[in-house]
Design a protein around this ligand. Structure first.
Ligand code: HEC
Length: 103
């Protein structure tokens, strides 16, 4: 019994598009998917890692406010000021809802 080739190609394309996703290209992915790029620094599920702060359970409004501050360089940051510019307001709203929902 063999697996049909179109199925294999589809699976490979899916894996590739997920792996290649970067903040600038993540236009309309659902929050959990664009949130994957945060895990490398903030840990899985935003639990925090090393000196990178925990963002799981972060207050939704505070998240949106802090994001604007990062974007505007109004809050001191080593990296988040640059990352913040890669996401649309709609994506920030999704991320805020998602991380606020985590415990
Ligand atoms: C390259 C590592 C890195 C990535 C990727 C990253 N962050 Fe951050 N994040 C940081 C660091 C470091 C800080 C502390 C502020 C600073 O120095 O920029 C921070 C701070 C924050 C804060 C403020 C936390 C607080 O205590 O007030 C939020 C919210 C946040 N990040 C959300 C996100 C989200 C959402 C993503 C994914 C879209 C993300 N970050 C991706 C490194 C990262």
């Amino acid at each position: 019994m063999t697996v049909p080739v179109p199925f294999l190609l589809g699976a490979a394309a899916l894996t590739l598009s997920t792996a290649m996703q970067s903040p600038a290209r993540a236009q309309s992915a659902p929050a959990p998917q664009i949130a994957l790029s945060c895990a490398g620094c903030h840990g899985v599920g935003g639990a925090g890692e090393g000196s990178v702060p925990r963002i799981a359970g972060y207050d939704r409004q505070a998240f949106v406010d802090n994001w604007s501050a990062f974007r505007a360089n109004a809050r001191p940051a080593t990296i988040m000021n640059r990352i913040a510019r890669g996401y649309t307001d709609a994506e920030v709203a999704q991320l805020a809802t998602y991380f606020a929902s985590l415990r």
